[in-house]
Design a protein around this ligand. Sequence first.
Ligand SMILES: [Zn+2]
Length: 93
Amino acid sequence: MEKPQRPYKSFEEYRTSGLPVGFDSGGWPCTQCRGLGCEACNNTGLGTKEDCKQAYKMIIDEWKKDVEVYKAYKAILTKLTKQEIEILKAVGI
Ligand SMILES: [Zn+2]
C-alpha cells in the first residue's frame, strides 16, 4: 500500500491546474468540465468560486480519508512480525 499523495498542494493549484489554453487564469473554472464548456456551465467553461471551493474540499476530504486508512494500515503493520508481513505481501495486500 502506497502513501496517498495529496492531489493538490493548494486551492490555487486546484483552481489553475489542467485548464484549457486561453482560459482566463483569474477566472473560476466550471467544476464539471474544468473550463472546456459543458451543459452545466452553458458552454462558458466558467463556474463559481463557491463551487470550486466545494469541489476542492471534497477532493481534499477524500484524500484525508485515504491518509487515515493508510495510517491505520501502517499501525497494524507495526504489530505484526516480519514473517507475518512477508505473508501479507506474498498474498498481495
Ligand atoms: Zn462546464
